[in-house]
Design a protein around this ligand. Structure first.
Ligand SMILES: O=P(O)(O)OP(=O)(O)OP(=O)(O)OC[C@H]1O[C@@H](n2cnc3c(O)ncnc32)[C@H](O)[C@@H]1O
Ligand SMILES: [Mg+2]
Length: 168
């Protein structure tokens, strides 16, 4: 099975291959149609959907996968959260699913709320380079108990449900 992944970020491609082990995942740079730093669940899901559809349209694949990281306020909880959503489509049907939500430290949240992108803010505060392409905020904020790739496996597997089980 060929799966077009709407990103060249290696953690997104690796997460897709772990969630869909029968697939050969092909990274494709596509437009998300939303800001670089999506805000709110709706914008984040829209970005994931747009990436999945654009990736599928770009090559002759069986499925398109889109993954988007966003920040959102969540009813019932204080602070700003990192959220992550995935979308899967075969051109006719689609599914979406979410990964974990992680509360951002105040210093990070303040800069992101002021308009900065999360990845560069994390790199700046941690003195790292490209943390979003490695362990990610998920790794840093959980003391490495999980990392961005494993967090995204949950989002992609959840979104892919309709294509891998008859339960839908
Ligand atoms: O090349 P693409 O696919 O765009 O990969 P990306 O890492 O930019 O990922 P997103 O666009 O989906 O994420 C939007 C922003 O949130 C950041 N982000 C999302 N998850 C993150 C994480 O776990 N750690 C650090 N930054 C993260 C990311 O770096 C971007 O600045
Ligand atoms: Mg991006």
């Amino acid at each position: 099975m060929r799966v077009a992944v709407g990103s060249e970020n290696p953690v997104k491609v690796a997460a897709t291959e772990r969630a869909l082990p029968d697939a050969v995942a092909e990274p494709i740079e596509v437009a998300s149609g939303v800001p670089e730093q999506p805000r709110g669940r709706e914008q984040t899901i829209t970005g994931a959907r747009n990436r999945a559809e654009a990736a599928l349209a770009a090559i002759d694949a069986d499925l398109g996968v889109g993954i988007e990281g966003g920040v959102a306020r969540i009813e019932g909880a204080d602070g700003l959260f990192l959220i992550m959503w995935a979308a899967v489509t075969d051109g006719e049907r689609g599914g979406v699913g979410g990964g974990p939500s992680l509360r951002l430290p105040e210093a990070v949240a303040a800069r992101v709320a002021a308009g900065d992108e999360l990845g560069p803010v994390m790199d700046d505060l941690l003195d790292t380079e490209g943390v979003a392409e490695r362990e990610g905020a998920a790794g840093v904020l959980t003391g490495e108990r999980i990392d961005r790739e494993s967090a995204l496996v949950h989002a992609v597997a959840s979104a892919a449900g309709p294509f891998v089980t008859e339960q839908y």
